[in-house]
Design a protein around this ligand. Sequence first.
Ligand code: ARG
Length: 587
Amino acid sequence: MASVTSLTSAVHQRLASALSAALPETADADPLLRRSDRADFQANGILALAKKAKANPRELATQVVGQVVTGDVIGNVEVSGPGFLNITVTDKAITENLAARAADAEGRLGVPYTEQPGTTVIDYAQPNVAKEMHVGHLRSAVIGDSVVKLLEFTGETVIRRHHIGDWGTQFGMLIQYLDEHPHELDHKAAEVTGEEAMSNLDRLYKAARKLFDSDEEFKTRARRRVVDLQAGDPHTLAMWQKFVDESKIYFFSVFEKLDMEIRDPDIVGESGYNDMLAETCRLLEESGVAVRSEGALCVFFDDIKGPDGKPVPLIVQKSDGGYGYAATDLSAIRDRVFNLKANSIIYVVDARQSLHFKMVFETARRAGWLNDDVKAYQLAFGTVLGKDGKPFKTREGETVRLVDLLDEAIDRASAVVREKAQDLSAAEIAERGAQVGIGAVKYADLSTSANRDYKFDLDQMVSLNGDTSVYLQYAYARIQSILRKAGDVRPSAHPELALTDAERALGLHADAFAETVAEAAAEYAPHKMAAYLYQLASLYTSFYDKCPVLKAQTPEQVENRLFLCDVTARTLHQGMALLGIRTPERL
Ligand code: ARG
């Protein structure tokens, strides 16, 4: 195993053993270590421990200092204030640790795998068949993709599920219409682009809707079609399949634009659970978890009531026998728990569906499908707002098409790249423009914590200054340009060299990558990775301003600084990859 113990945990271990030597009766005392501006680290845990042991905190702190092993990792430790410890690590330890990370043969920068990996099913990127994708679908896809990457990087087995909306009443209408107007979806499949596929569907949907609203007889035929569909009538199913296939052409084109890999076998939509629905209802009814109420099969909750004070049930089966969204989600839980053997199930879904998931999870818990060993969690995300702070709409008040937004982001980014580009060809500008534009959109989404709303502001997103992906991509490209200029001089670590403050700050932060991965993965929180990377790029910028690299004083210092540049670049590259964002070599 090439995993590297971070300096934070090395210091933590040394302090913890010093603490137990000074206070033998206290087991597992936490020194409460954190990064600090005064020294490298500060430990604040002694105050509380002294209070417990009825000891004088400064005296206890002094005793602990006497027990700390110094010289290798810890350079200096002293008591400060009422009983804090200020700890400085050695320059040598910083450089050696980074050298060990750079030497990791697996290219993981010494990041360890989690000790007990499990299986996580993640439900994300779930657009609806025969409908345009909008900004809400962007969030689920972008956040989900990053969580997949973070978890896989820690060694977790991840099963992706794209729970697309491909079942339900509107399909009766669409199928009936297409059956009566058989040539409306005809085309040579191989040549159809995503955009075309969508405009075909859109046209058909509008026409079908118009007829449905104006023609009672068509309405009746359409309703009968839903029943045929759910009963598995082969002809109806074949028609339905056309809609699904057409929509998938469109989805794949959007996901490709998003630079995101979505695999066909992972698309298991609502329809995929059709065969389980009746059994799910039977199990719930037999166990008494669900009860009949006015003909419908319902689950009730003490704490969930409507505005009139009456309990709001989760309806598993409607009084007409039809199954809805809840029956499908409950069946999907059974599949994920019993067939896919998930330990965790994550749902990356809009916060506006939180009540639904609260009820579904509680129902599954009562049924015994979820428990302390198998957990479900909604990674709920907030709303995308326009610049005016209101939910994002077009000037005409319509939902904004996701593809239009992405195209605009790419246009803006290409303009930024073109302006800065010195030696890029037109083709390169187009490629970088896409990488920068899509990166900007993803980063803006990922850098705020998921549950918060955020403003979709393209000007801000592609700005070179501030907390943007472009800033990070430029930091990366700038490092690559220095490494190219270095020519034959190779980056190489010289642990014997003293470091400047800017080098230490950069080095310590680069060393903390592994902890950030662990935290962001455990908390399903890509924004923690984004914040870490922004800090890394900022520390690099100050290092670069203060420390000449190729013109450093000695050849060893040139090599060591190139080494710091290289480790920073690799960390940026890996971290951005975990967010699903490219780092072009030149910008
Ligand atoms: N298709 C749904 C929508 O567009 C999201 C599906 C979420 N996943 C689930 N298992 N219900 O809102």
